[in-house]
Design a protein around this ligand. Sequence first.
Ligand code: XIL
Length: 686
Amino acid sequence: MPAIPSLSLRRFCLTLFLASALSAAPPLRSGWVYVPGAQEMIGAGKWGCVSGLTASANSLTIQAGSGYNTITNTTGPLLQVTGDFSVLTTVSTSSSNSGSGVFLTLVGALNTGANWWEGLKRLDVGLAGNAIGVSYWTGGSGNGTGVTMPLPDGVSGTVDLEVARISNQIVVFAGGMQVGAFADPGLFAAGRVYFGFNVAPGNTLTVTSLAAAMPQGESNALSAPYLQTAARSGTGLRDAAAARGLLIGAAVDPSHFSDPGYAQALGREFNLVVAENAMKFAATEPAPHQFNFCAADQIVQYAQANGMQVRGHTLVWQQALPGWLTTGSYTPAQAADILKEHIEVVLGHYKGQLIDWDVVNEAIAYGAPYGAQPSYWLNQLGSGYVDLAFQWAHAADPNAKLFYNDTGGEGLGAKSEAVYNLVSGMVRRGVPVNGVGLQMHITASSPPAMADISTNIARYAALGLEVHITEMDVRVPVDSGGAATGANLSAQAAAYQNVLAACQANSNCTALLTWGVTDSYSWIPGNYPGFGAALLFDTKYNAKTAANSIKSQLGGQGNPPVIFTNGIVIHGGRSTVVSPGSLVDIYGSNLVGAQVTVNGKAAPAYYQSADLVVFQMPFETGTGSVLVQVKSAAGASLSNAITVEAAAPSILTYGDNWGVVQNQDFSVNSATNCAAAGSYLTAYLI
Ligand code: XIL
């Protein structure tokens, strides 16, 4: 279990201040004290990221319809426990207590399997009928163990409950009196306690206090998943990127912070984050004029705790809009006011904390002829909405760097042209745009040509604009278990490396972000059925081949090798017609000390200089398209695809000589150096 820091002192003071305005927690038993920061755990947005309840400043209300409403707060505060502890709460129920009741739920270990109970360690204590009802689950079955304890005389209505772990016992108090105890089956042995509630069908639970306590001298702490700090190896992608002055980032969903592997991999490998969904319109303004930054703030807090930068994504998009807006009946003027206010409030909330914003996302259509993307904003405001959004954003935060972000226009072609025309038009009109985001959701089988990406980045440099690769993933076909072939993962690695190389070749390209951390939580399988495994880390957070190729590309010193366009040819000739066993020439630069690989496997080299390498196409190379790459201590070249043909028996050619045939005196036979009649010839065959 990685170390999780306790909440900062500033937060602790704030909590105490707020507590005075709230209903008091149940009284402490003698010799017990509050866990620092845990005297009041209801207010100040601590439950704002949890769905299924209504959180106000001083109470939580949880209702159940026809089924149970079971809530676990996996993103908010949690306890880290080593010794004795207790959780105190004040609860009441509107129901007649005739149903199965309302419960405080303490979770010691989250569900780990397909069934809700797998791995789950959970304790429910609450009001059930006219008694205290207790149930617990130990991870092996959905059937909980039930214990009924009496409700003390005179205790009804609003009840103070305390659930304590005292050595190896779970002890329950109601109204300050001990009502029962049983042997603890190790419910909190993992050292964590998540808070939650469980409400039986038809019941309503109101919670007016929630606190945690411990015997004086214990060292339990209040923490939160989003405040974990990752152990830094010093050899993460971020370390290599920082040495090159580059930001390497990932899209983040804060609900995954409760997965310790996620929080560790993210902070160890990346120095930049972007919210995958948490900063979009529907998430930040779920009701008119009502803003919710709960999830987005958790991302920013995580980033700050881990020394990472944050990108903002996204203010204006045709997707992720709330129903109140799209189904509301607003006039164009009202819609403009809504968008302006949204931009001002969201930008204002994060003023000075983010490195940049994707102000407008995907304003060009996904398909030919690449006109304006159909959208609510286009309908309401007309095509001028793009310029307006940037102007409003600039006025709201003149220091924020403002980006236009789009998909499918990463290389050259019609979409790229449309994006370039839009952005260059903005520059011409004096619209405050600082950069362009190239999303880069690509396939391993047909990635955009790397030279095209580099050319595209360079033409934005000529406009004075920065470029970020904002959402890279490289999808490959996967089987029903999510597994990809080794060959596809190698091609994926080459695509990642090539995009990074194209970025590194242009000084205005300053960040590369992948759209997620791990293949476990990628959007690809849900959106491109049959595809997956698109990210740098696998489902167990192991670095994939792609992560290693990114790292070697980042780690190089000096200038990496370059293969010239059409620079791979048959030895001595001009064309690329090569076969297994052929000698092949590579013309390029920075080739000293270079190792040639074919589909990732080292190939024997026969000659090397700064601008020419001669290698032999390995005999075991299959026919078809193969990737040739040159690596040196400075890094790797882009991968070049060439076609290997089956070898037909033939006489070896050399340069402009039609065949390598030697006369009896071992001179090369040619039109001007003919063989004498009756002499022996030596022909070199392949
Ligand atoms: C995607 C998220 O990854 C999904 O979780 C969500 O359901 C839909 O949006 N281009 C973008 C991103 O700019 O915001 C999109 O993110 C992926 C495509």
